[in-house]
Design a binder for this molecule. Structure first.
Ligand code: 6PG
Length: 236
């Protein structure tokens, strides 16, 4: 089920996402379990990460994973790891042992297989035998892609936990989590802001469609956090 959570501004949406991550960490701690959170790439979540860095209860509050990564070195301006390291992990002083980076500098197929192994080894599994993330934070492309799951791509049918893809959004070579592991998460938050995302937001809410990959998460507990501009074409 996908629930829309609208805020007047991008700042409000970023604050809502940061608060949701903090609440997720608190729930895991109350249950006496380590928290496992996968993070979105792109540009939209930077502000949410900056806010989150000052809101974390402590630097060891969670294991941090990635929803996708570009096949570039970790210090490359296009690296999602670099985005997260600059805005969240560095400022919050998160120890390296809690950061599970997709190795964008390695051959994509090897890096994807290694990431799937790491997920299976580190993240507790649910009844279906899949790793259960406490929260998967994702972005939304104008074409409805999320992570690096693009419209009508073969990756939408993948059963592995992580796969290499060649994307329509540059840079083309990427590694992405797949729908099985995203759907298995206890909760999913998709963050979308700006008028350019309004059609994608409306399509996500219109029902599952491989032309809009984020819509295929509908059978998970999904909160679509948007500002008013991105939600302006959402069904009332
Ligand atoms: C990536 C992202 C991708 C992103 C959307 C939105 O690596 O590009 O994971 O899924 O979240 O494309 O990107 P923006 O936030 O830059 O609009």
């Amino acid at each position: 089920m996908i629930r829309l959570d609208v805020h007047p501004t991008p700042e409000g949406a970023a604050e809502a996402v940061a608060r949701r991550v903090v609440a997720t960490l608190a729930e895991a701690r109350a249950a006496g379990a380590a928290a496992h959170v996968s993070l979105a790439g792109g540009t939209t979540p930077r502000r949410a990460y900056e806010l989150l860095a000052s809101m974390l209860p402590d630097a060891e509050a969670a294991h941090w994973w990635f929803g996708d990564e570009r096949c570039v070195p970790p210090d490359d301006p296009d690296s999602n790891y670099r985005l997260v390291a600059e805005s969240l992990l560095g400022p919050a002083g998160v120890p390296v042992r809690l950061v599970h980076r997709m190795r964008g500098e390695d051959p994509p197929r090897l890096a994807a297989a290694a990431y799937a192994r790491e997920l299976r080894e580190v993240v507790p599994r649910g009844p279906a035998g899949l790793p259960v993330l406490d929260l998967a934070l994702l972005g939304l492309g104008e074409d409805g892609h999320t992570a690096s799951l693009f419209p009508h791509d073969d990756a939408l049918e993948a059963t592995e936990l992580a796969v290499p893809v060649v994307a329509s959004k540059p840079p083309p070579n990427r590694i992405t989590l797949t729908l099985p592991v995203l759907r298995a998460a206890r909760a999913v938050v998709v963050l979308a802001t700006g008028a350019a995302k309004r059609d994608a937001v409306a399509r996500v809410l219109a029902g599952p469609d491989p032309a809009t990959p984020a819509s295929l998460l509908a059978d998970a507990d999904v909160t679509l956090v948007a500002d008013e501009a991105a939600a302006s074409r959402a069904p009332l």
